[in-house]
Design a protein around this ligand. Structure first.
Ligand code: PBE
Length: 271
């Protein structure tokens, strides 16, 4: 098997996720830029759950597989996988996750704005929530428990902010990726602690950006930049407020099991 090139072994197929994800658009671009479309490499659309279950199966059988991978995500702790080098930097060097709010939020809901502006955490902290949810815990429960276990961190986001009265509503939108399920639930819980009646609504990436741009929603904490969400960032530029990084050091790319020792770079997918 080692002598047979990788392409035919996996039908020249990269196992991807939902069509709307930024990583899918970037991977399509990578196939072109690395000259892989000529070899008939293709990107298969599925979902995170389907991709990780295909990955699980491949690893159990010690078979080759190429997936769209990103960090923070439990796939990197649960499975022995590695990112492929990306010498053309199609996926960018590293990504940060930004908090995006609607215009006018600062005037209308200054307390919420202030908390959202302060919110930031580390990949390790986000992973603590993600793992609990992956183990079957309800996301709201996992968020509440994380908040209880990290009072100092939460205080740094809320210290000095006055609790609001009358339970004003606050609407957050997100895409149901594991990372965003974790962050959105934690932020929503903290805002509830400040007196808001917070709703969170999952949708696809384009409507999420549109919801903020049209003032239908107040905030989202799911903007992977500068590469992964670039399309919508530019499409809606001027119609939202970017509060900057809430998580530093995310990463997006193609990944393979570590036992695929001959495949270390996207270039290696070429025969
Ligand atoms: N992801 C996780 C998303 C952003 C968060 C990398 C799958 C994407 O748009 O590709």
């Amino acid at each position: 098997n080692a002598k047979k090139p990788l392409g035919p072994q996996i039908n020249y197929t990269i196992t991807g996720i939902d069509a709307g994800a930024g990583i899918m658009a970037t991977t399509q671009k990578a196939l072109t830029e690395y000259g892989l479309t000529k070899d008939n490499w293709q990107l298969q659309t599925s979902s995170t759950a389907a991709m990780t279950s295909t990955l699980d199966k491949a690893i159990r059988h010690h078979e080759p597989i190429v997936i769209t991978g990103w960090q923070p995500h439990w796939m990197f702790t649960k499975y022995p996988i590695k990112f492929l080098k990306d010498p053309k930097h199609v996926y960018g060097k590293s990504e940060n996750i930004h908090t995006i709010v609607r215009k006018g939020l600062k005037q209308d809901k200054p307390e919420a704005y202030e908390m959202l502006d302060r919110f930031h955490w580390t990949p390790t902290e986000m992973s603590q929530v993600m793992i609990q949810v992956n183990n079957g815990k309800d996301p709201e429960r996992a968020a509440k428990e994380w908040i209880q276990a990290h009072p100092d961190q939460v205080k740094s986001w809320t210290k000095g902010i006055k609790k609001v009265s009358g339970h004003p509503t606050l609407k957050m939108t997100y895409v149901a990726w594991d990372s965003e399920i974790a962050s959105t639930n934690v932020v929503a819980e903290v805002l509830r602690g400040l007196g808001y009646k917070v709703t969170i609504q999952a949708m696809e990436m384009q409507p999420m950006w549109a919801s903020i741009a049209t003032n239908v929603a107040d905030a989202q904490v799911a903007a992977w930049l500068p590469t992964t969400s670039a399309k919508y960032y530019h499409d809606y530029q001027g119609k939202f407020v970017d509060l900057g990084t809430n998580l530093k050091g995310a990463r997006v790319g193609l990944a393979v099991p570590k036992y695929m020792t001959n495949i270390n770079s996207i270039e290696d997918l070429k025969n």
